[in-house]
Design a protein around this ligand. Structure first.
Ligand code: HEM
Length: 339
């Protein structure tokens, strides 16, 4: 049990099935370790797909394979005459098979733990279900001539899969360590939920900016959102600033509030909710610090690409940053809210 658990006057026990004593070197420990590695593989592969999907767009290869599921009406693969765009788009489609292999392996591995750890197993089912769903949305994207609403959903689903894989990794680590579920109260709790919602909104607004801009499919023939791109970019940037300030508040403001509330003569419940700690545990604080650093770099890059006319390389790095933020925000919220 960590120091944070010990400090918790109230520990959640709703997930008792996920909190068994795992015998070191025993069957469960070995299976959980395998599942942990597969969770990481799934997180990285889904993150990679976000970047390669972006490269398809940024190199104007969106219709490199003009149809789906075949590459052309007469061929399953790209042909040399299709040039570099065919290779790039077909390469991105091939990655779907790698993802499928990882998702199937994760599900099969999780199946062996389904009775002891039903919640971990449920995550492996969701990760597996996401792959065919993503492949179909990818297909609709091509058939609807890169309609920006569908391209946006395609991105958001990948980000959601990164978040699910992150949950699998974090919850698996908790199960292996036999750590109790614990939570925080008061402003910290509200702030962590706000961070989850704010990050999702931030990513979605980003896809709208892209959909209204020059990189939506990277070809003059592709339809764009009809919104005013300047207004969208401003909204996207304001939400980025709000999320960054929220992380600063969680890292600095919440501990200060708690300290002040703990002074003699002040209200005795630092968290504002009876018995709950007011400050997220050290693991959550570490993740929030990493998230803050990535948000600052990502924000600076966002402004640079906005004023520089969205050059391809920073836009690709911005996409990578978005995948990292999806993982880090999920990880920070999970550790903050569940210990
Ligand atoms: C700091 C957190 C931020 C995150 C997580 C983030 C995330 C994203 C995402 C997910 C996209 C869509 C990528 C795509 O669909 O291909 C995007 C696009 C964009 N973002 Fe951000 N963003 C952040 C901050 C900013 C800031 C502060 C600006 C400044 C104005 C900015 C400017 C842009 C622009 C111009 C695009 C469109 C790029 C294109 O045309 O492809 N971003 N962002």
């Amino acid at each position: 049990m960590s120091a944070h658990d010990q400090a918790d006057p109230r520990v959640l026990d709703a997930d008792e099935t996920d909190r068994r004593r795992v015998r070191p070197g025993g069957r469960d420990a070995r299976l959980l370790t395998g599942l942990y590695r597969l969770g990481w593989a799934s997180m990285l592969a889904n993150g990679l797909l976000i970047v390669t999907g972006g490269l398809v767009r940024l190199t104007g290869s969106g219709l490199g394979c003009p149809t789906w599921p075949r590459c052309t009406d007469s061929s399953w693969t790209n042909t040399p005459e299709m040039g570099i765009h065919g290779y790039i788009e077909f390469g991105n489609r091939t990655l779907t098979f790698v993802l499928t292999a990882i998702a199937v392996a994760t599900f099969v591995w999780g199946w062996r733990l389904r009775k002891q750890y039903p919640r971990l197993f449920a995550l492996t089912v969701a990760l597996l279900a996401g792959i065919p769903l993503q492949a179909v949305i990818g297909g609709i994207t091509v058939r609807m001539q890169l309609n920006p609403w569908i391209v946006g959903i395609h991105f958001i689903l990948s980000a959601a899969l990164v978040a699910l894989a992150t949950l699998l990794v974090e919850r698996n680590a908790r199960a292996r360590a036999g750590r109790a579920l614990s939570t925080v109260g008061g402003p910290a709790r509200a702030g962590l939920w706000g961070l989850a919602a704010g990050s999702a909104l931030l990513l979605y607004l980003g896809t709208l900016v892209t959909g209204a801009g020059p990189h939506s499919g990277d070809s003059g023939d592709v339809a764009r959102h009809e919104f005013d791109i300047e207004m969208l970019a401003k909204a996207h940037a304001w939400v980025a600033i709000a999320v960054t300030l929220l992380v600063v508040a969680l890292l600095v403001g919440v501990p200060r509030l708690a300290q002040r509330a703990a002074q003699p003569g002040e209200a005795s419940e630092a968290g504002g909710v009876a018995g709950l700690p007011a400050v997220p545990g050290p693991a959550a604080m570490k993740r929030l610090t990493a998230l803050l650093l990535v948000l600052l770099v990502q924000g600076a890059l966002g402004y640079y690409q906005y004023f520089a006319g969205v050059p391809v390389v920073p836009v690709a790095i911005h996409l990578f940053g978005a995948a990292v933020i999806a993982a880090l925000a999920t990880s920070a919220v999970e550790r903050g809210l569940r210990g």
